[in-house]
Design a protein around this ligand. Structure first.
Ligand code: PLP
Length: 408
């Protein structure tokens, strides 16, 4: 709230919705910058490289901002790699961490010159056979840690499809030796919404032990997963605490290893979750015997996190900042149960009000779809006090663009 009005850098959300339409994703460039700086200063004691997890929010303008703020990129598809190159990142600044892709896709990425992070033994063998020691490579280790907010976002446990099991390290070493492979990095990513610094330390300890087996390392990558606050009073990752503890463990490891390595992190949510707002319009206020629904012009097609992950996003009524509070369930217009927030206190809502959903920067637009043949929202970046349209609203013609109408 700024001067009793819901606003971003002095621009009321109601004004943004009036100017650019609804639904609308809005991002705060300065918030991203301050998160990057916070991370950089928490790890100022080591050679930190931030590889922003592109998948969280991949608009090319956001990537250009990241480049200006001094990050690199973590990309999980060739398309993300190409977006990164298009945004001005050099190939060396991009780590490509695919899973379950074809070897042809990996070869394509090698041609683009990015660092490859291999996450299974068959691909490691093929990579070794084809490239030997000519292409440096990183290996993704699955440390078998149950970490993260819930089972859907925990990816470093023993049943996870990601990474090469730490229990298969001997096999990895045999493959590496057989092909004289040039392993320059090791990687772990255990999940999202990790609260405890000790979980990062646990992952780090496993990586340190494995790292002693590789003689040519330049970096260790500890993935992403820092938890941000989604509701008032939420416990969040204490990044400064993680910084102090991991820095000290990392320095001790480097001394033992005999070389100063780079320390990499790949945050997504931490950098862009809080910068984002999804602006929607109340289409209908619908009292029922059980509750009063506010039906908005959006839904799980634009923000799937509440339904997919049971994620909590704060919601408020930007059109009536000082009204009386009432309890509503905010739901979307999709023909599925798509509750964006159940039983929430909002200031009194009338049709046409602008309903704002917070923390919508990460995995919001990037997970949006055309389900129900709905169009995806426009995106606006507010930076240095000015609003910029960075993605046009989709059109009906675009929905049809790739459909080939055959004679029937
Ligand atoms: N790195 C990898 C390999 C990931 O899979 C993810 C998320 O899925 C991230 C980084 C970013 O995670 P977060 O947004 O929780 O920081």
């Amino acid at each position: 709230m700024e001067n009793s009005v819901y606003a971003l850098q002095g621009i009321p959300f109601t004004q943004l919705a009036a100017e650019y339409g609804s639904p609308l994703y809005v991002y705060d460039g300065e918030k991203i910058q301050s998160q990057v700086k916070r991370l950089q200063s928490a790890f100022s004691g080591v050679d930190l490289k931030i590889k922003y997890a592109t998948k969280a929010l991949s608009n090319v303008n956001i990537l250009k901002l990241m480049k200006q703020f001094g990050t690199g990129l973590d990309a999980v598809s060739l398309e993300e790699v190409k977006l990164g190159l298009h945004a001005g990142f050099t190939a060396e600044e991009i780590l490509y961490t695919p899973n379950c892709v074809s070897f042809e896709e990996i070869q394509e990425a090698v041609k683009l010159g990015v660092m490859i992070n291999l996450d299974n033994i068959p691909m490691l063998e093929r990579f070794g056979t084809v490239y030997g020691d000519s292409v440096p490579v990183c290996i993704r280790i699955n440390p078998h840690i149950m970490a993260g907010g819930n089972s859907k976002i925990s990816v470093g446990h023993i049943d996870s499809k990601f990474g090469i099991s730490i229990l298969q390290l001997k096999h990895v070493l045999k493959v590496v030796a057989a092909h004289n492979m040039h392993v320059v990095g090791l990687h772990v990513h255990t999940g999202s919404d990790i609260l405890d610094a000790d979980v990062f330390l646990q992952g780090a300890e496993i990586l340190f032990e494995a790292a002693m087996e590789f003689k040519e390392l330049n970096f260790l990558d500890f993935g992403g997963g820092f938890k941000v606050g989604y509701r008032a009073g939420d416990i969040t990752t204490d990044i400064e605490d993680v910084g102090t503890k991991v820095t000290s463990a990392f320095k001790a490891f480097c001394a033992q290893y005999g070389k100063k390595l780079e320390l990499w992190f790949e945050p997504g949510k931490f950098l862009v979750s809080e910068c984002g707002y999804l602006l929607t319009t109340a289409n209908v206020v619908k009292p029922t015997p059980a509750s009063t629904f506010v039906g908005v012009d959006s839904g799980l097609n634009h923000l799937i996190r509440p339904m997919l992950y049971d994620a909590y996003h704060e919601i408020y009524n930007a059109s009536n900042p000082s009204g009386t509070e009432r309890v509503y369930s905010i739901v979307g217009y999709i023909c599925e149960t798509d509750t964006l927030g159940a039983d929430r206190k909002l200031t009194e809502v009338t049709e046409g009000d602008i309903i704002v959903i917070k923390n919508a920067g990460a995995y919001g637009f990037s997970m949006a779809s055309n389900y129900n043949s709905r169009l995806r929202p426009a995106e606006v970046l507010v930076y240095k006090g000015k609003a910029h349209l960075i993605r046009k609203r989709e059109t009906f013609e675009e929905l049809l663009a790739n459909q080939l109408e055959i004679a029937l």
